[in-house]
Design a protein around this ligand. Sequence first.
Ligand SMILES: NC(=O)c1ccc[n+]([C@@H]2O[C@H](COP(=O)([O-])OP(=O)(O)OC[C@H]3O[C@@H](n4cnc5c(N)ncnc54)[C@H](OP(=O)(O)O)[C@@H]3O)[C@@H](O)[C@H]2O)c1
Length: 119
Amino acid sequence: MIVEKFLPLIKTGKNPIIVNISSTSGSIGRRSRKGGGYSYSASKAALNMITKALSIDLKEDGITVVSIHPGWVKTTMEYTENAPLTTYESIKGMKKVIENLSIEETGKFFDWEGNELPW
Ligand SMILES: NC(=O)c1ccc[n+]([C@@H]2O[C@H](COP(=O)([O-])OP(=O)(O)OC[C@H]3O[C@@H](n4cnc5c(N)ncnc54)[C@H](OP(=O)(O)O)[C@@H]3O)[C@@H](O)[C@H]2O)c1
């Protein structure tokens, strides 16, 4: 809905990019151990599908769409008390990844260090 509302503005941008903040929790390909979190994981897997679908629908408009996992970051989100990354480190990494994106990367899933993740 946010993309829908902002689309006219996004289209006027130079090298426009839409970044969905996802999580490795939403990666079906990486799921290999016990952990629950069904609703959260499913919501991120759904977000990843939205990224993929939007990347196809908006490619001819030159809009890059990706999902990014910010890392395990100490924030006010639950279960992040022992997280190794600060918000500064995570955002610095994501900013670098975003600055280097072009339409060739549309429809991909990255972490905050620029590593590509499986869906
Ligand atoms: N922290 C991690 O380790 C980690 C790992 C993987 C992915 N992520 C993802 O990173 C993103 C940011 O998470 P975070 O760790 O920064 O969590 P957070 O500290 O809990 O922050 C969540 C933010 O979302 C806002 N928010 C929540 N519900 C909202 C709503 N209905 N409408 C508008 N805003 C709403 C909150 O606003 P208020 O402050 O006003 O409530 C808050 O600013 C999330 O998508 C999370 O899934 C985080």
